[in-house]
Each structure stands twice: as C-alpha cells, then as structure tokens.
Design a protein around this ligand. Structure first.
Ligand SMILES: Cc1cc2nc3c(=O)[nH]c(=O)nc-3n(C[C@H](O)[C@H](O)[C@H](O)COP(=O)(O)OP(=O)(O)OC[C@H]3O[C@@H](n4cnc5c(N)ncnc54)[C@H](O)[C@@H]3O)c2cc1C
Length: 438
C-alpha cells in the first residue's frame, strides 16, 4: 500500500484542475488546490450573463483539441459540446472582407494579386509541412516576408503578429505561426477540406470547470479559492494566506516569473529564478458587451487596419446562436497589451469610449447607446512571447527546489496556448509526479 503524500497545487485553471484530477487517481494522495481568484477556471473562467455563464475572454475549441475532447467525454459532457460553422472577416481599408476560403483570399484586394497567390501557396505549404523545428530560430516576420512579399505582410501578417505580440512582433518565431496555420487548416471537417468547425459548450466552458470541481470534491480534493500562495521554501513548506503548510509535492501552474517571486531569496535559486523571468508575457484586455444590434456577418473579425486599437472583434452569438442569451447579441473586443502600458491601465470608461469609437468606424450603424451589459476584463499574464530563442527558455517541469514542480502555458511551444494544451500539460506533469513518488 502506498503511503500518504501531501500535494499542494497552486492555480485553479485548466492545468491545475486536470493535474489534480489525475493525481487524485491515487487515493493515497492528499491534495489541496489553491486559487487566488474567487472562482476556478483561470483564463477560461466565466461570469454570469443572461442566466448562463460566458467566458471573460473569448473561447472555442478546434477539432484537433484531442486532450480536452477526451477529458470532456470522460466527464460525461460530450452532449454539451456543439460544433458550429466558423466565419472569419478582416477589417482593412475601411471595410470588412470575407476571409475564410481560398476564393476569399483571392478577392482580398488590400493585398496585391501576387501577394494573394503567394499567401495561398504558403498557407498550403505550411498546412502540409510537419517539421516545424527548422522554423523555430527564424522570425515569422522574415520568413513570411520572403514567402509572401511586402504587400501581404502589410495587409495580412504584420497586423496579426502586432495584434498578438505588440512591440515584440518582429521577434516571434516562425514555428509559432506554423503551428497556428497548421492547426486552423486541420480543424476543418471532412479531413481538412470542409468548413472550419469550432466547438463551444452549452453553458460555456464553465460546465467543464464545474464538472471538474464536482469530481475533485467527490475524490476528496480540498479546493480553496481566494487563497494565495505567497512563498515556497526549500524545506517543502508554502505560505497560503499567511499560514505555513507542509507538502511533499507542490505543483505551481501560474506564470513562470510569478514562481520566481515565491522562491527563497539567496544564491541557491538565483540562476533558476533568472531563467523563469526570461519568459515574458503580454496582458489581455477584453470588453464584452450585449446589444440588440446585429453587427456584421462574421464570428471573428481580425482588425488589420494600421491604426487599429484592438486585435479582434468577435460576434459570439453569430457562432453559437442567441437563444441562450435571452435573444441578445453578445460581442467581444480583445487586445493583447503590455500590462505596464497606457492602454492596459486606462479606466474602463476611457477604454470603452476609445474602442466603441473605433467600432463605429467598422460598423457605422453601431450605436453605443444601444449597448446593454458591458464588462471589461484584464489579465496581466495572458500570452507568452515566443521569440526565436524561446525553445531554450522553456522551463522544465521539475524545478531545482525540493518537491516543487512547474506546469504552465509557457511550456507550450510551438502551439498557441489553449485549454487543450493546459489539459495535456496537467496530465503530463501529474504522470511525472506520480512516477517520481514510486
Ligand atoms: C484572450 C484569450 C483568448 C483565449 N482563447 C482561447 C480559446 O479560444 N480556446 C482555448 O482553448 N484557449 C483559449 N485561451 C487560452 C486558455 O484560456 C489558456 O491557455 C488556459 O486557460 C490556461 O490554463 P492554465 O491553467 O495553464 O493557466 P491559468 O488559466 O492562467 O491558471 C493559472 C491560475 O493560477 C492562479 N495563480 C497564480 N499564482 C497564484 C498564487 N501565487 N496563488 C494562488 N493562485 C495562483 C491564477 O489566478 C490562475 O487562475 C485564451 C486566452 C486568452 C487570454
């Protein structure tokens, strides 16, 4: 019979929750999961809207998200998942262009004709290219400029890179862009040739969080929200809301530099803390609002204008329907921003005024006075900067601090981080912890 191990999990996002589920498979493990927010779910957490739950940041799944899809089946939630036809547009030169099919690309006249052809052929090449390693040390900016030309860069790729990585856009690894194009192209039904299908849960991603929470409680896991770990020692103790607790294993799932701040001061862990701090993050700001106005024909609009103040305008109910939201249209406006920058820190009213003014340029019929509910959500560590040196920066699961493990989305590369990979990483680190205890 295995002896009792005390396991502390820091973070109640999808990584922490999944790791807790797998570690709880051994009843000898006494597990406590702590989350500093008042609710579980991390970046995928929801808030109440029209009697249901909606993510604070827009979320959907791809057909290729096998780790979370397996978990969803295991939790008995398969019937809550719906697969919906996606529709994508691009705002450029004062109008929105359809941007879903190869024909749409050929009609995208902000880009030169040769640029459109080169972009189409490049996307096809990347879809079938399986070896991304050779792309890791090259910047997406340089590689795509060579492949697609200046016109395609200006109208398609540079706005995408800038929107996602802000001032870091010229350093992003081509392996990241490869993964993004590869995933999207393979998330089409009918073996890749059909329309793009995106997954969403009736009741929002919160149904997964709630099911995980119920299952963890059933298995005896202690869940503490509103509880923050402020220090972790080399003697296998952690401070939770001022109280010192002992552990055999501690799994940290927050941002890498946040772990560096919890470690003991002094020489022993200085180099490791420095390595953790080399992983840089951008914050995300999402404005969610409802309206009785129907804005545009697309679920997702990339805002590719040079003066765009945000990356994406998203018509959530265009994808999933309005029935669940009392007939209201639900929209997101999203941007990735420097968490220390001016826009990230703007008061909500000023941010809304700025973003709604731009929305009116995209949709002249838009009336701010017809907006119903409106919420601004800010996350300080939402996207890691995957530059050309990134592969060497990825921290290991096992830390040099006795008993302390790390699993977070900064270990995901070259894929774009997502709930699917959070589940995959949570399962992987749980296997490592279980194996080390044997
Ligand atoms: C704008 C945006 C859009 C996205 N869209 C999608 C999408 O469409 N599909 C998709 O699958 N994914 C999407 N994602 C990504 C997805 O949300 C994340 O990859 C995933 O939720 C990460 O889970 P995690 O558990 O690794 O990290 P997190 O969710 O960040 O969880 C870590 C948790 O640790 C807690 N924590 C940190 N430090 C401490 C401490 N000291 N004490 C206690 N608690 C602590 C934090 O509060 C946090 O809740 C999106 C993300 C953003 C920002």
């Amino acid at each position: 019979m295995s002896h009792t191990r005390t396991i502390l999990i820091v973070g109640g996002g999808f990584t922490g929750l999944t790791a807790a589920l797998r570690l709880a498979a051994d009843p000898a493990n006494k597990i406590t999961l702590v989350e500093s927010a008042p609710q579980l779910g991390g970046l995928a957490a929801g808030f109440p809207l029209a009697g249901t739950s909606l993510e604070k940041t827009y979320h959907h799944l791809f057909l290729t998200d096998t780790s979370i899809l397996d978990l969803v089946r295991e939790l008995g939630l398969a019937d809550r998942l719906m697969w919906c036809d996606s529709s994508v547009g691009v705002f450029r030169d004062g109008r929105i262009y359809a941007f879903k099919t190869p024909q749409d690309l050929l009609r995208f006249d902000p880009c030169s004709f040769p640029g459109r052809w080169r972009t189409g052929l490049t996307a096809l090449y990347l879809k079938h290219q399986k070896n991304w390693r050779g792309l890791a040390a090259v910047t997406a900016h340089d590689w795509m400029t060579r492949a697609c030309g200046a016109s395609a860069m200006a109208s398609i790729w540079t706005p995408l890179l800038k929107g996602k990585f802000d001032r870091h856009y010229q350093n992003v690894s081509m392996a990241w862009l490869w993964a993004r194009i590869h995933t999207r192209a393979n998330s089409r039904s009918g073996g890749g040739g059909g329309s793009e299908k995106l997954g969403y849960f009736r009741g929002g991603f919160n149904v997964v969080t709630t099911a995980l929470e119920a299952e963890l409680r059933r298995r005896g896991v202690t869940l503490r929200t509103g509880a923050t770990v402020s220090a972790i020692s080399a003697e296998r103790t952690a401070v939770i809301n001022g109280e010192t607790v002992a552990f055999d294993d501690c799994l940290f799932t927050g941002p890498s530099p946040a772990l560096a701040r919890l470690l003991p001061a002094g020489e022993a862990y200085r180099a490791y803390a420095g390595q953790l701090c080399r992983v840089e993050y951008l914050g995300a700001v999402c404005l969610v609002f409802t309206s009785d106005q129907d804005l545009g024909n697309y679920y997702w609009v990339n805002v590719n204008a040079p003066d765009a103040p945000f990356l994406v305008f998203l018509n959530h109910t265009r994808l999933v329907g309005r029935e669940t939201y009392g007939g209201r249209h639900v929209y997101y406006i999203g941007a990735y921003l420097d968490p220390e920058g001016e826009v990230f820190g703007l008061p909500d009213a000023a941010l809304k005024a700025r973003w709604f003014a731009y929305l009116q340029r995209m949709f002249p019929e838009f009336e701010a006075g017809r907006v119903g509910e409106q919420h601004v959500f800010r996350f300080r560590a939402a996207q890691h900067i995957v530059d050309t040196q990134y592969a060497a920066k990825i921290p290991d699961y096992r830390t040099p601090v006795p008993g302390v493990w790390l699993a977070n989305f900064s270990q995901i590369f070259p894929e774009d981080r997502g709930t699917n990979f959070a589940v995959r990483e949570g399962e992987k680190v749980a296997r490592l912890i279980l194996a080390a205890a044997r």
